[in-house]
Design a protein. Structure first.
Length: 323
């Protein structure tokens, strides 16, 4: 009798879980949804404000963007990690969230255990660009020059632990070269220094350096993505032009608190991917300097883990700490 009772309890529990999931799917959403993201005006905020009205239309509830900048995304991440796992509080952010444990001593959330990935939304490679005075017109020539003159080439980065800094350290490690890293406070001062010849090279956002490359004031050598990028269709990849295996791309996506019901995750994934695949949406993002992606929750989770494994090692080996 006892085994039968246990079996009946198991069946009941399973049926109850299915019923709860079905109810979540059928009633969600029935109130406004918040997308918590970075400070106003940045690229991630831009993405959130493109997504919000589109989701409002397809989900039938208002989607509100809430800016929680500061601490490299830790404030926004902590808020979402502690939120109720009901699909009404979402996080739109990128690698600073899951790289934070490598860059600082105290992080109040676990970037893997505390979140449920929904979809990778966008990715942003950087462009390897040099001052025209550098006697290199390809990555292969640049690496040869750096090896011939160790420490003679200085490279600007837009702050400790930034995308340009990580791309730089990965380049140095992959190529086995000695370059002097010069930190600046933001991408603007980096480009000014590069134009003025204070530094010889940098890894920069494609949109930021495009006018200077077009005018001939700077020379673009390659893009850091694994495949050629529609952002700079005429440029080869770093990997294909002299440094096999190199890839450095910032990725961004939407996450929910851990334990958010699967039907809700899949509903949000469906609507977000559908939005990201629209041709006019793709073009708007390209104009802002990023590529749209759109993938499954499992693929997004794998991308996060891969990012943590590769860049976590680079951060540790280079002794990078967030300032």
């Amino acid at each position: 009798m006892k085994p039968l009772l246990n079996a009946m309890c198991f069946v009941f529990a399973g049926s109850f879980a299915v019923a709860v999931d079905a109810a979540s799917r059928d009633t969600y959403p029935d109130k406004p949804i918040r997308i918590i993201t970075s400070e106003p005006g940045g690229g991630v905020d831009f993405a959130a404000r493109l997504m919000a009205p589109a989701l409002t239309g397809t989900l039938g509830q208002q989607v509100i963007v809430e800016n929680r900048g500061g601490a490299g995304g830790a404030i926004a991440a902590d808020r979402v990690a502690r939120a109720s796992p009901d699909g009404y509080t979402l996080l739109l952010y990128g690698s600073p969230i899951w790289l934070a444990p490598f860059l600082r001593d105290k992080v109040t959330y676990d970037p893997v255990k505390d979140f449920a990935p929904i979809t990778l939304t966008t990715r942003s490679p950087t462009v390897l660009v040099v001052n025209p005075s550098v006697a290199a017109h390809s990555v292969k020539e640049l690496v040869a020059l750096a090896k011939a003159k160790p420490g003679a080439i200085n490279i600007a980065v837009g702050g400790s632990g930034t995308a340009s800094h990580l791309a730089t350290e990965l380049f140095k490690a992959t190529a086995g070269v000695n370059m002097v890293v010069v930190p600046y406070k933001g991408s603007g001062p980096v480009i000014t220094a590069l134009l003025g010849g204070e530094v010889l090279m940098t890894f920069s956002n494609a949109a930021a350096i495009a006018p200077h490359v077009k005018s001939g004031k700077l020379r673009a050598l390659a893009v850091t993505s694994a495949q050629p990028s529609p952002l700079v269709p005429d440029l080869p990849t770093v990997a294909a032009s002299g440094l096999p295996g190199y890839e450095s791309t910032s990725i961004y996506g939407v996450l929910a608190p851990a334990k958010t019901p699967t039907p809700i995750i899949m509903r949000l994934n469906l609507e977000l991917v559908r939005f990201l695949m629209q041709p006019d949406v793709k073009q708007k993002f390209l104009n802002s300097g990023v590529e749209t992606v759109g993938n499954t929750p499992r693929e997004f989770a794998a991308a996060i883990k891969s990012d943590m494994n590769k860049l976590g090692k680079i951060i540790k080996d280079a002794g990078i700490r967030e300032q």
